[in-house]
Design a protein around this ligand. Structure first.
Ligand code: GLN
Length: 308
């Protein structure tokens, strides 16, 4: 299995560059529609402490759905696997778009934690006396998993997200009506909008992926940030549901667990080896970074790291 080198990292970025024109930034959140689609950054961090980066790997972007990974990790820590997956959210891919409402009426429990309905249900399960407390706890954990204590809200994205978040409101109120969400819906929604609007870099999400790859331990500090069993659950869900209705194709083309966000980020995790973070804001029709997928595909072939 060829090892990662700086040359491979740069070649992957050069290969991905052609794909920035193959999509466009998310249009449904006004803040995102303004982002420069030519940006492209890549960061790779290995479990044995090596770091590689190329391009716009330190340019901040909104984490969007990649935050669902952190929310899930925190809810698992707070409530445990049995509580979360028996009553709140499922473990199955849907094949539907990430913000789809259609199955909620027939199945009540959202199919998985990475579609919007599932993530909102997961936020509902995070402990905290108020939305503000939930978000404080989530942000503190987020910073530790990303290895950066400066990560914070992008206020402009948050306002934009909140102003245009009616589909997410519909999902949350539906969950409330069927008692899948029991707290204050407006507060849980606010936590959801805020967590999606956190500003991160490709390096930050590579670190998050690295902790997952390293079975929950931050290799830099040796600290166990999440239980090994929880890291395994999250990696499995990333593989089956992390790229929404593009998860099957991604598994065939790329072949390792990854989670995307409509901000253009993708975090991918290779157990015992490395975390990969890529950022390219132009999205394909399913809301996944077009250039990001191309970069991941290149890496997967160059290092022969497909699981299948
Ligand atoms: N904030 C976005 C939304 O709720 C997150 C979706 C995504 O990244 N796929 O629509």
């Amino acid at each position: 299995m060829p090892d990662i080198t700086q040359t491979i990292v740069e070649e992957a970025l050069a290969y991905g560059r052609a794909f920035t024109e193959k999509g466009k930034p998310a249009q449904y959140i006004p803040y995102l529609s303004q982002v420069n689609r030519d940006l492209l950054g890549l960061s790779i961090q290995t479990t044995d402490g090596r770091r590689f980066s190329a391009g716009d790997c330190r340019v901040p972007f909104t984490v969007q759905s990649i935050a669902k990974v952190v929310a899930l990790a925190l809810a698992l820590r707070d409530r445990g696997e049995r509580y979360l997956f028996s009553g709140r959210v499922g473990l199955e891919p849907t094949g539907d778009p990430f913000n789809s409402i259609i199955r909620l009426e027939t199945d009540k429990k959202p199919y998985n934690p990475f579609i919007n309905a599932g993530a909102i249900a997961v936020v509902g399960a995070i402990k905290g006396r108020s939305g503000a407390e939930k978000f404080r706890r989530l942000l503190a954990y987020f910073r530790r998993l990303c290895g950066s204590d400066t990560i914070d809200l992008c206020q402009e994205a948050y306002v934009s997200e909140r102003e245009t978040g009616d589909k997410n409101r519909a999902l949350a109120y539906h969950l409330k009506a069927t008692r899948m969400l029991e707290g204050d819906v407006t507060e849980d929604l606010d936590v959801y909008f805020r967590m999606c609007s956190l500003f991160v870099t490709a390096e930050d999400i590579a670190h998050l992926a690295l902790v997952l790859a390293n079975r929950g331990v931050d290799p830099a500090s040796g600290e166990q940030l999440m239980e090994e069993a929880h890291a395994r659950i999250i990696r499995a869900l990333m593989l089956t549901c992390g790229m929404y209705d593009g998860s099957g194709e991604f598994a065939v083309k790329v072949g390792y667990p990854a989670k995307s966000g409509v901000g253009g980020g993708i975090a991918a995790t290779l157990v015992d080896r490395m975390g990969i973070g890529v950022f390219g804001p132009a999205l394909d029709a399913r809301g996944n970074s077009a250039a990001g997928i191309a970069v991941m595909e290149y890496l997967s072939k160059a290092m022969d790291i497909r699981l299948f």
